[in-house]
Design a binder for this molecule. Structure first.
Ligand SMILES: [Zn+2]
Length: 408
């Protein structure tokens, strides 16, 4: 497949630039990227199109797509009253399968082809989501959510059972695959020390991705401190062996310098979820402080605490949050790099040797064909205009591993 248009290409360490050119795709891989002008001989696109790497969402919950917009509750009440009842429905693997299909259709339609996603407590429901996502070519990880306390009885199981079930999922969807199972303790509140330690051991033994939540709200931090004898939230995870290189921690709002140093030392990643943080009034993550301390920060939608499925608008939320704090904020070029290559790079450290999220020969062919209906090419900063005026209806094709997965 030959695509032509303005290519979104890497620029320096953390930006992108636009250049008219041609991308060739064969056997699921980008085989060439040529700058110098659009061609009339392409299979799709023209000089008015944007050819862009597809997006990766580094924190979202598949079972929560049907509860987006439950406004007005703080995190711990939102979990009890809205989220846990929705997750209960995944007891039925057929329901989970159908819902995963709907979710993936929505994700492809907004240009997301890579995920670090949560299923539910239910091993068979989570397996159904892995099977559907795997068959559709999604890249990333999906994890069974581990909980053995501080949740309703219908969403807790004994630690030993949960660890056995996750081990079985890791057998079926092993680390190193394009789509793999992950070790996913929900957060320290809903996990006994025994479950956290077991999860850390399992992740270490299998070299599996760990994902969880960290310091999203102040009441949550206070409860963690109470449950773990005053220990720092980050240290609870570190001591359980969970703070592994490439482990992905959702939110990370309330951290101090010592926490940041620990995260950096272990190569752990914060998945910043700005739209969820504003929606649940959790707080504003100090992006600048984390980055200045050398912590790797990616972006997530956190559906359904987050309301925004589009990673472009999550990126906008990142800029708005940093700006509202009075901090220096990322440029549009930096935000584009985050939701493409930077987010995608969280996955291959453990799971896929391909380079992804970038138009580069040899990279996985996960690519968007976009036709903006505004005069973006004559704007003083086309990348900024694309980001701030972004409309999902501009996405004409989502290509996953070289195949058309969505077409408008
Ligand atoms: Zn979350």
């Amino acid at each position: 497949m030959i695509l032509t248009g303005h290519l979104l290409l890497p620029d320096g360490d953390d930006g992108v630039r636009l250049s008219p050119g041609v991308v060739a795709i064969e056997d699921g891989v980008i085989t060439s990227v040529e700058e110098g002008g659009a061609t009339p001989n392409a299979d799709a696109g023209d000089a008015d199109c944007l050819i862009c790497p597809a997006f990766t969402d580094t924190h979202l919950h598949f079972p929560q797509f049907d509860l987006i917009g439950a406004h007005g509750l703080p995190l711990l009440r939102w979990l009890d009253e809205v989220t846990f009842p929705a997750e209960r429905k995944w007891e039925d693997p057929a329901y989970a399968r159908g819902m995963a299909e709907r979710v993936i259709r929505q994700l492809f339609a907004v240009g997301t082809t890579g995920v670090a996603a949560y299923g539910t407590l239910h091993a068979e429901g989570t397996r159904a989501a892995l099977e559907v996502a795997g068959a559709k070519g999604m890249r990333g990880v999906i994890g069974q959510v581990l909980m053995d306390r501080e949740a309703p009885g219908f969403l807790t199981r004994p630690a030993g059972q949960l660890l056995d079930e996750t081990a079985t999922l890791l057998d079926a969807f092993p680390p190193g695959s394009r789509l793999a199972a992950a070790v996913t303790p929900r957060f320290a509140i809903t996990c006994t020390p025994a479950l956290l330690e077991g999860a850390g051991k399992l992740a270490g033994a299998r070299n599996a991705t760990v994902q969880s939540h960290l310091a999203e709200t102040q009441p949550e931090c206070a409860l963690v401190s109470k449950l773990f004898g005053g220990a720092s939230y980050v240290d609870v995870y570190r001591d359980a062996g969970l703070l592994r290189p490439g482990s992905i921690w959702g939110h990370g709002i309330y951290l101090d310098d010592a926490d940041r140093a620990t995260l950096k030392e272990h190569g752990a990643v914060i998945a910043h979820c700005p739209t969820a943080n504003s929606f649940l009034r959790s707080g504003a993550m100090p992006l600048r402080e984390h980055q200045d301390a050398g912590v790797n920060v990616t972006l997530g939608s956190d559906i359904g605490g987050g309301y925004e499925r589009s990673m472009v608008r999550a990126a906008r939320g990142m800029i708005e949050t940093a700006s509202a704090r009075g901090d220096t904020y990322p440029s549009a070029a930096q935000a584009w790099r985050t939701i493409t290559e930077h987010n995608a790079a969280v996955i291959p450290k453990n799971h896929d040797t391909d380079r992804a999220g970038v138009l580069f020969p040899g990279a996985s062919a996960d690519v968007l064909l976009v036709r903006p209906n505004i005069d973006w090419l004559n704007h003083r900063d086309p990348l900024a205009m694309l980001m701030w005026a972004w409309d999902d209806r501009w996405i004409k094709r989502t290509i996953v591993r070289g195949k058309i997965a969505f077409q408008a």
